[in-house]
Design a protein around this ligand. Sequence first.
Ligand code: NCD
Length: 451
Amino acid sequence: MPTAARNLVSIDDLSLAEMRGLFHWARKFSGDLRAWSDTCRGLISASLFYEPSTRTRLSFESAMLRLGGGVLTAAEMASSSATKGESLADTVRVVGGGYADLIVLRHASEGAARLASMYAPVPVVNAGDGSHEHPTQTLCDLYTLWIERGRIEGVNVVLSGDLRYSRTVHSFVCALARFGANIVLVPHPGFELPPYVLQRLREEFGVEPVRADASRLGDLAKESDVAYLTPQKPHQLSLFTDTKGLRVDRVDALYMTRPQTERYRDDEAAARYVQLGREEMSVESLRDAVVMHPLPRRDEISSDIDSDPRSIYFKQSARGVPIRMALLAFLLGRIDLGVEADVVESRLYEVQVGDNPCPNPTCISRTEARHVTPTFKLAARMPVRAHCGYCSQEIPASFVGCSTSRNFHEPDSSAIRKIRPDHLVFFQDEVQARALGFERATRAQRSTTTP
Ligand code: NCD
């Protein structure tokens, strides 16, 4: 039996070739969902859900049962030992230690799945970690596009609604960029993509968001600013009829999201939320567009358009079963995708000095502070920028130090280049640096910083 021993914490954990391999298997499984009950016989998956779920949990469990495996469900982890103060790390060690062969985890804290993957002796699948990522919904969304449009490369996708807290969008938009889709953002005012996602789009995938007139998208964008990704790569030019006017003429897929009201205060969302109904769907640019939604919906899609053939959100959610069958069978080593894993994992470094620098109060490194060693990953070297290793938010740093020389520098100082990444220390201000025993580097030290 091939061993996969892989986690799916972020959509980055899968290469494009592996995702395509999963789509092919999902299509094969969907031919007859009942014909695969030997695939995972004898194996058990555990659903650990610390947040509500309908589709994700049930489609995972249905997928495992259809593959002939068994399922353990802890759908109300609030009633589990977590209430007795058990850490997530301990819980996954227990569940992965003989109870189950794979863990599907949903948690309210960003970075929870990353933490779980560090402790669980079995593969961990992220079924949503706070407002951070939801990679298996993205597999379902990409699979839907692949089926409906025959490809993902070069398709024109509009993402609309709460782009700030929608974890489905954060995973989806990065995967779309990797596949070379054209992306248009229509955020609800104040609910734009978080800076760390925008930075990735810009720096890793070469797409630059700009603001432009939304008139061609009809009422959908009336109250929103529209951010278009400037066509920097040739395949993106197809979206724009003229690069100055930046107008969208033909949308292939419109991806709506609900307001994630559980993640922000009521007074933060003053403007009327986007709404899609018959009138909005009558604009020319949406003539051939499919309407997608991870569900649950609220009022952002009127039920008036449910019978419109372009509305495919229920078909999309049905595809959650075969694509999760493919993922489970792959992670459990029961199918071969026939491709190499060519994903480069970005290294995590432990924070050596001072308190946890992550600014996000709902990051797992803060909500389980007693049990978590803070980590960071390097996002850029010049000027130096780091992201929390759990929630991906940028670590604010006015100064950067070296843990061995105990000197600190401005983030754009060329001396930082000589510091080994695992020796980097991030300071909010000079006072903090001095309080931890660091000195501002002298001119001579700036040129001879020891690694
Ligand atoms: C999404 C989620 O939980 O993030 N739902 C889902 O998994 N299908 C979207 C949402 O809750 O808005």
